[in-house]
Write a protein that binds this ligand. Structure first.
Ligand code: ZN
Length: 135
């Protein structure tokens, strides 16, 4: 594996199952065991404040909610990729993930376009979920 020089997420006890699932190339989120709300990793349900939750595999499908283009080199490791997109994908299950859209040109990006998850193994420990146009 080529050395990866971009910033990496800091894994915590709360979100470790999310990153472990990504390593298996699965997208997993928390589901509240009291009201069923599906959420990004968090100790508490934002809907009912319950602390009872389980991890569930989700579809990996969603739509492009919005995106921006980055033209400025804020970190040297991103220099070769300018300009690149930073996107928010709304999953079918509701939560919105900050990610990148790959597999198409930036000119092809459209709000509402259907996307599906793909996984990028960037280090031994970290696999990043990204999204491409749905097939
Ligand atoms: Zn709940």
């Amino acid at each position: 594996m080529v050395e990866y020089s971009k910033p990496l997420p800091e894994i915590t006890a709360d979100d470790k199952p999310f990153w472990d699932a990504c390593k298996r190339h699965e997208l997993s989120l928390q589901r509240c065991q009291d009201c069923g709300h599906i959420r990004l990793p968090s100790p508490i349900c934002q809907k009912c404040l319950s602390m009872n939750s389980e991890w569930v595999r989700v579809s990996g499908r969603g739509e492009l909610y919005t995106w921006t283009m980055i033209y400025q080199r804020y970190h040297p490791a991103f220099g070769d990729e300018l300009p690149y997109n930073v996107a928010i994908v709304e999953l079918e299950e509701g939560p919105r993930l900050i990610t990148n859209i790959v597999g198409c040109t930036n000119e092809d990006l459209r709000i509402g376009m259907e996307v599906e998850v793909v996984f990028e193994d960037v280090t031994e420990e970290i696999t990043l979920p990204k999204f491409k146009p749905a097939s």
